[in-house]
Design a protein around this ligand. Structure first.
Ligand SMILES: *Cc1c(COP(=O)(O)O)cnc(C)c1O
Length: 442
């Protein structure tokens, strides 16, 4: 049995009374379309711990969806945000400039894969970065088609929800969708009968056939692909698929865009996940962990592609907000100085064997996968690949009830994903894993 006395003050339930009261106000005032994973209201955070308004303590294995890699209350982020906010909160970079924007662009150009000359443009949300990558690729190529993958997630705006694979809840009722978006298969090893090499080759052959026959290579401006598909279920494409896709793009003058919004900034045990596959993308989109908890996103890539857009063509009122830039610079400092790339890799080495052992004992876990601190279990009807969303939901709920925040994802809602802050200690990881083990046993 896990000792849960730290997690839940005696006499308190999850959610507690204060959260329940706030929930009633929320229901009255907040739009119903916003979902909720765990209905507790957070009071403060500390490293990988979240504390709610009732004093419950949660081990955070979500990081606000891969955002707070440096923790949700990193003192250095808080200090630099406060300092910047006291100097000025906003000018609009297209009106008057500030150095923080250039500093973030320089850092992104240095950290992203490839030694070619690069440029960066900053935006606010991940979806905005993806939208702008498409605009830039279209301008640079003079073409309009955009190719995306099965199980992809790229955001909730008109363009990006169209690029997203899953209909419910992301698209239901929101059409008509953006034109010129085409979907191709991804090499999903767990859902392929045959070895990994064949899985990659088969999917690539299908991609090439669809692009050639149904779209036309010379119509395609961009292929946009996540190196590990996040919301789609932490699908690690079969080795060779991602590099093959990038090579196909290069061969046909198609801009290859790596959407590293979830995978970027040390999460997978490399600074960027496409490094695992030896891919140097033409453009790379980042957000989430980039801003250290504040809204900031970016498109970084080959200077000749980025600079295809005329002055005035890119921007946004808040794009590259100075407070967000200060937070990003602090987060990047922490990632580099505390070797969070190494920490993410170590989290994977520590947790993956434990998850595999769980899968051996519980046939309801069909697959364990991931890289670094981006890990997942796919739940199935034992002995089959039939998705089992009920099991994933039940295990997640049991974890929540015992003070461990995990997220469910996946096209079939049957994947539990683990995204701890990269600063999490082994003690908390072990405590969380013990809770997960208990939840599975129950
Ligand atoms: C979260 C996410 C987005 C969208 O980012 P928002 O900031 O929510 O707009 C796009 N692509 C990927 C891969 C993501 O994980």
């Amino acid at each position: 049995m896990v000792q849960l006395s730290d997690t839940r003050p005696s006499g308190t339930t999850i959610p507690g009374q204060a959260s329940t009261d706030l929930q009633a106000r929320r229901s009255q005032h907040v739009a119903r379309g916003l979902g909720i994973t765990l209905p507790v209201f957070i009071d403060h955070a500390e490293g990988a711990l979240l504390f709610d308004v009732d004093g419950n303590r949660f081990i955070d294995l979500a990081s606000g969806i891969a955002v707070t890699s440096v923790g949700a209350a990193a003192p250095e982020v808080a200090r630099r945000v406060a300092e910047q906010a006291a100097r000025f909160t906003h000018t609009c970079f297209m009106v008057t400039e500030y150095a923080g924007y250039v500093d973030v662009a320089e850092a992104l150009n240095r950290l992203t894969p490839g030694n070619h000359e690069k440029r960066t443009a900053l935006f606010t949300t991940g979806a905005e970065a993806v939208e702008n990558a498409v605009k830039i690729a279209r301008t640079a190529t003079g073409r309009s088609a955009v190719v995306v993958l099965d199980h992809a997630y790229h955001g909730r705006t008109l363009m990006t929800m169209t690029m997203t694979a899953k209909h419910t809840p992301y698209k239901r009722g929101f059409g008509p969708y953006a034109p010129e978006i085409y979907r191709v298969p991804v090499a999903y090893p767990f859902r392929y009968v045959g070895d990994e090499k064949q899985c990659a080759a088969d999917a690539l052959a299908r991609v090439e056939e669809i692009v050639r026959i149904q779209i036309g290579e010379r119509e395609v401006a961009a292929i946009v692909a996540e190196p590990i598909l996040g919301e789609g279920g932490f699908i690690v494409p079969a080795h060779g698929f991602y590099a093959g896709l990038a090579a196909f793009a290069r061969e046909h003058g198609i801009v290859f865009v790596a959407d590293e919004i979830q995978t970027g900034f040390a999460r997978t045990g490399r600074m960027f996940a496409c490094e695992h596959e030896g891919v140097v993308p033409d453009l790379i989109t980042t957000a989430k962990a980039l801003g250290g908890g504040l809204p900031l996103s970016a498109v970084t890539g080959r200077a000749e592609i980025m600079d295809a857009v005329e002055p005035g063509g890119l921007g946004g009122t808040y794009a590259g907000n100075p407070v967000s830039c200060a937070a990003a610079l602090a987060a990047i400092d922490i990632i580099e100085s505390q070797d969070l790339v190494g920490k993410a890799a170590a989290i994977g080495e520590h947790v993956l064997p434990r998850l595999r052992a769980l899968a051996d004992r519980h046939p309801v876990i069909g697959d364990v996968r991931g890289r670094g601190a981006m890990l997942a279990m796919e739940f199935v009807e034992p002995g089959t690949t039939v998705p089992n969303p009920d099991a994933a939901r039940a295990v997640a709920a049991a974890c929540h009830a015992d003070g461990v925040l995990v997220l469910v994802c996946g096209t079939f809602n049957n994947v539990i994903r683990l995204l701890p802050p990269l600063v999490i200690g082994t003690d908390l990881l072990d405590e969380a894993l013990a809770v997960l083990e208990q939840a599975l046993a129950a």
